[in-house]
Write a protein that binds this ligand. Sequence first.
Ligand SMILES: [Zn+2]
Length: 433
Amino acid sequence: MSSPCIRRFSFSFIYFLFFVEIFNNKICIAQDSAFAHKIIDTLTSPYFFGRGYVNNGNAKAAAYAADRFYEYGISAYHGGFFQSFMMDVNTFPGKMIMKLDDKILTTGKDYIVSAESKSKKGKFKLVKIESIASQNSDGSWQYAVTDSKTILVIDDSTKVGGGLKSLLKTVEEKSCFGAAGFIELNSIKLTMDMSMEVKPWMHLIVLKSAFNANAQTVTLDIQNKLVKVQSQNVVGYIQGTRKPDSMIVLTAHYDHLGGLGNATYFPGANDNASGISMLLSLARYYSNIDHRPEYTMVFIAFGGEEVGLIGSQFFVQYPLISLNKIRFLINMDIMGTGEEGIKVVNATEYKNDFDRLVKLNDEFHLMKSVQPRGKAANSDHYPFSEKGISCFFIYTLGGISAYHDVYDRAETLPLTKFNDLEKLLKLFIDSCQ
Ligand SMILES: [Zn+2]
């Protein structure tokens, strides 16, 4: 029998241990978040200039990922982490000025340049499309001849030519009806893209709320440059302890949209500095001697995703590993929120694996929902998927909705469910049979 005094001591000691445990957990979580935030802050900083093809941002981001692989003791295939490939990209280095009459518009916030747009410099007359072109009932067009000193204005609520989408197609087919280019007014949001080719005209997308409908002229100084660039995938692996000949592959693209002119860039915090931070966090975890994986784990940071899945297509064409030895591939793109759970592309293709993921989530109460989606060609899993390789593309749902715009910033990315999602991914990886 123990005395009351000793009992009180034991009781307090258990409480003490309990609080130490909570404290330790909190520190651990804080450290995980701090690790992810540090990577995202770094990759979204001006030095990387949107991880595109101006100011060498893309190459700097690849070097950053390779340096982290080296730091964690990840092994390289054929003596180096890089797998290089070439691609064409339309870029916008140098100047970027747009003025409506005398009012200067802010690049990225008021307007963007369409990805396949050509350079244009000078002062142009603004002409609404309705005033020069109309479609006859038999589908033919009649239009007044414009000239190269004119820029057409097309509202996204236009009824001309069957609405915006089909009208834009006609405008391109008719070479802008002879104008120097066109301004597309968008009433919702600006969403930037990338292109491997250049159209023969200028195409700007302007937020309707920033556009003065009475403006008579637009002054432009916008420079494009179609460049042939070398990009690279960053590839490393950790040898498996029990099933070294079978692989779990984790992928995330490090590239983003670069910049518009020499002062504005797209930070790409959620897309996809968040995915790279998850990739690096998992690489660091499994490289720890206490967490060595049973399967060989391959880590790939892809380049050229935003240009059109170029890096992942190249990898599948020239694989550094035997593709038929991949047990499962998880592509991580947009990992920064999760308030509403996650979406799993290819869930319907690999139902058993998806059911296992859902079961683990239910058991450990990690994400609010794990939602299935079918096949989709929307990220780097797709070239693997087309080869019949078992894979998921996982992205987070809810939270901030900034996407392919200047608002996708590290400062406002919550990383709400980052730690829980990382836990779920580890559980899924460790439960692969
Ligand atoms: Zn992405």
